[in-house]
Ligand binder design. Sequence first.
Ligand SMILES: [Fe+2]
Ligand SMILES: [Fe+2]
Length: 207
Amino acid sequence: MDKVQFKQMKDGTRDEYEFLTAHEIEYTKGTADRLLAALEHLDEGLSGYQITRMQHSTQAATRAWRDGADIDWVVSALLHDIGDIFAPYNHDEYAATILKPFVREQCRWCVETHGDFQMLYYGHYLDGFDQNKRDRHRGHKYFDDCASFCEQWDQSSFDPDYDTLPLSFFAPMVREVFARQAYDPSVTGAPDRPLNDAQVAAARLAD
Ligand SMILES: [Fe+2]
Ligand SMILES: [Fe+2]
């Protein structure tokens, strides 16, 4: 079989659905490469900044990498704005949805809410924006992580003079994360990790 016969799903057979499932599993193996290609499209969008959205993404990931953050953080930093292409009004949720089956909850949550936290840096300059929108998340166990994510990696990554690593450097990490078993509880429920070496050191001192 190379195509099903049905024209309405309700007429499909077991053989056809088993064929389609195998087909989809094969297709999902290309997710990482499709995401990497989408990141390159970010190069074309959103003019006005000194660097492109793709450069912003790789710069955020570079900062995460140099801070000693683990692969879930680095890939989350790389993809955090990928929703800018198709979801300009909820780009954070869009990126979090892509990451959700493949990274731990700590990272997913920070990507999903980073838009609210980022308003801290510009909300007071614009009508209709709330600089303190992040306050609705106060008390959440990942509030401080998201505040650090934005302060250290997101708002800081618009610098044309920063020595940003190329997308190709991060490609193997993206492939590794998206080759994981989707929704594997040992991944999505993995223990929280600090964002950087300073937090690691602080945690060790507190022990
Ligand atoms: Fe963003
Ligand atoms: Fe960003």
